[in-house]
Design a protein around this ligand. Structure first.
Ligand SMILES: Cc1ncc(C[n+]2csc(CCOP(=O)(O)OP(=O)(O)O)c2C)c(N)n1
Ligand SMILES: [Mg+2]
Length: 544
């Protein structure tokens, strides 16, 4: 068999459904083998970073490795941001890149950089395949590593001459490995600590959204009556309409929810690791923390849990729930007060229908039009914080944001991947005018794929997030304003539908119409960011 055929067979055996990417001449053997596959579909992108972001989001949502393909040199370097996105965000991806022949080559160093070395520090595994007979084992190993906790990025380089070789090796069967579970003593210690606490609090982080922990965590909260809050990437694991939901730790300190955090004496931290922006700062004389996760906590000046319960998160919480008895002395009166107070403050500006649109009004309008299982995929900009705080997620993985690499340019591709994985759900990409322009060309891919997708572009004619920080840091307003294309015409020239919001009253009917229509709909929404400074207002006083 030809080595590239074996490579595709190995991917098929792993259950691969899509390969996202842009082939170069060094991938032509593999491309031809892919042409013959009945199981794997090629999604041809317009930039490799978008292919990588799509593969990563596929991995994030399915737990199965998303696969992307690029050529050597420039194609491979365009994967670097996506590799970092997947690696930090714990999303399983395999990047396949081509290379010139390695046995003999007549091209000098043209386009050659050491791609494997480049990928090494931002992947779990990066290897050049030096013999076709290694393909089957290396593909298996790559998938195993990408998917195993903590998931991340892996890379295989398939040189042209190796791809064309004849090989004779069997595939390696995909084995199902049960995840290890936490040790009894750790569970007992956790139970003791929670029972001894007076005001325990649950934090739900990214790891809880990776695996199906929603049911057990919802049961835990219901049976124990312990209030919870979420990190940005932990949104939706437990329905945020729950009466015990206290809010989102969109910032590290001085969010409303931190009033409750600071009055707690124990945080049961389920699935958060230090890759996300810290949801709180630990102090040596402050509350204690139980770290419940698949892997142990890396020591960090603001995160040094006193107890670690390591193993499958769902199982750990189930084991703790079997032994833990709700305590009469647990006192959540203050937490309840914080919830009422914070919700009033958060909701206060929702009805402000000034134009350009104010963020709280925008967030409320999006929530109003999105069904419970509808998915919003956010790019990176200041609106992300408003959504984290003000948008109650109703179901797991329905708010896709990147609080790990926090790159711009991933919003649209991740929305597109979410739609491939959930073809029957309503999906909306929410981007700033800066972030949208970093991967706007993928509108063409969405149109070509016949997607029904809504893309919101928030226009402030600036890198608003940095303006916000600039102002907060006491700097002069300088160097962050720009011009924009006519987004309506841009959308139309790509074969999408373009709309522009002219008054806040248009928002709900227009978004709703677009969500229920066919095709790709771009909606330009002028935004008024003059109240962003409120997000960093640390002069609020926590309720007594
Ligand atoms: C690739 C990349 N470049 C730069 C940054 C730093 N950065 C974070 S947000 C931001 C501005 C985002 O502007 P925009 O997309 O227009 O959103 P806005 O905040 O204006 O709503 C920048 C430059 C980043 N996170 N990622
Ligand atoms: Mg902007």
């Amino acid at each position: 068999m030809k080595a590239s055929d074996l490579f595709i067979k190995a991917l098929e055996a792993e259950g691969v459904e899509y390969i996202f990417g842009i082939p170069g001449e060094e991938n032509l053997d593999l491309l031809d083998s892919l042409r013959k596959s009945e199981k794997i579909k090629l999604i041809l992108n317009r930039h490799e970073s978008a292919a990588g972001f799509m593969a990563a989001t596929y991995g994030r949502l399915t737990g199965k490795t998303g696969v992307c393909l690029a050529t050597l040199g420039p194609g491979a370097t365009n994967f670097v941001t996506a590799a970092a996105y997947a690696q930090l965000g714990a999303m399983p991806i395999l990047m396949i890149t081509g290379q010139k022949p390695i046995k003999t080559s007549k091209q000098g160093q043209f386009q050659i950089i050491d791609v494997v070395e480049t990928m090494q520090p931002i992947t779990k595994y990066a290897r050049q395949i030096v013999s076709g007979n290694n393909i089957a084992s290396m593909v298996r190993e790559a998938f195993r590593l990408a998917e195993e906790e903590r998931p991340g990025a892996v890379h295989l380089e398939l040189p042209e001459d190796i791809a064309a070789e004849s090989v004779d090796t069997p595939l390696f069967p995909k084995d199902r490995i049960r995840r290890p579970i936490a040790e009894d003593k750790a569970i007992l210690q956790a139970v003791e600590m929670i029972e001894a606490a007076s005001r325990p609090l649950i934090l739900i982080g990214a790891g809880s959204n990776r695996k199906r922990t929603s049911r057990i965590l919802s049961q835990f909260v219901a049976r124990m009556g312990i209030p919870f809050f979420s990190t940005q990437m932990g949104k939706g694991v437990v329905d945020e309409r729950h009466p015990l939901y206290l809010g989102n730790a969109a910032l590290s300190a001085n969010d409303y929810v931190h009033c409750a955090v600071e009055r707690s004496d124990l945080i049961i931290n389920v699935g958060h690791d230090v890759v996300e922006k810290p949801p709180f700062f630990m102090r040596h004389d402050g509350f204690r923390v139980i770290h419940v996760n698949f892997s142990s906590a890396s020591v960090d000046p603001v995160y040094f849990p006193q107890l670690e319960v390591i193993g499958d998160i769902g199982n750990s919480m189930w084991q703790i729930m079997q032994k833990l008895k709700p305590q009469e002395k647990w006192d959540f009166t203050y937490h309840a007060k914080v919830k009422t107070w914070a919700e009033e403050l958060l909701r206060a500006d929702e009805n402000d229908d000034g134009f350009p649109v104010k963020p709280p009004h925008l967030v409320a309008a999006v929530r109003e039009v999105m069904p419970d299982n509808g998915i919003i995929a956010l790019d990176n900009g200041v609106y992300k914080i408003w959504f984290a705080l003000n948008y109650p997620a109703h179901a797991p993985n329905t708010v896709l944001l990147d609080n790990a690499l926090a790159t711009m340019g991933a919003g649209l591709p991740s929305a597109m991947a979410a739609l491939l994985v959930n073809p029957d759900e309503k999906v909306m990409a929410i981007c700033g005018d800066g972030g949208f322009m970093m991967n706007s060309q993928e509108l063409l891919t969405a149109v070509r794929l016949g997607m029904n997708l809504v893309v919101i572009v928030l226009r402030d004619d600036a890198y608003g997030m940095i303006k916000w920080k600039q102002r907060a840091g006491g700097f002069e307003n300088w160097g962050l304003d720009y011009n924009n294309p006519d987004f309506v015409k841009l959308a139309e020239s790509y074969g999408a539908f373009g709309h522009r919001v002219e008054s806040a009253k248009d928002l709900v009917p227009l978004m709703s119409k677009c969500l229920h229509a066919e095709g790709v709909h771009l909606i330009e929404i002028p935004v008024d960011y003059s109240e962003n400074h409120k997000l960093l207002d640390d002069d609020f006083v926590c309720p007594l």
